[in-house]
Design a protein around this ligand. Sequence first.
Ligand SMILES: [Zn+2]
Length: 141
Amino acid sequence: MEQRYASVHNLTVAVDHTYYVAADSAAQPVLVHNCDAANAGAPAIKAGSAGGETAGKAFPRSVKNDVLDDDPNVCVYCRMETDRPQVDHVIPRSRGGNAMLDNAQTTCWWCNASKGARDFPVNPPPGYRGMWPPDWWGLFP
Ligand SMILES: [Zn+2]
């Protein structure tokens, strides 16, 4: 029995606001907008790290400063701007998350509290619009 497989191109663009796709029939590349603009360049949720020398510890000031230098006010979970940014343990302290930069990310106070010792916040913050959980968490491929 003959089987045929279709070629699937799954374009996932998490960071870049604008990218180009070469079109077969046209000599000109096609400009594609990865909107909406509010999510352009939004910080990615890190994979986190655990079980190192700093496991379960609070972040030192230097790590917090590095995180907030990279991303001063956009929550990685809800992607809304916050005037009360917090530095979240990607892998929670209670599960041995490290107090290092690769386990540290900016969240809003709401998402940080809603997340607690879980992997993701349970409830969306007030004013959030759209599906929850958002598709940028990558939970539903
Ligand atoms: Zn948030």
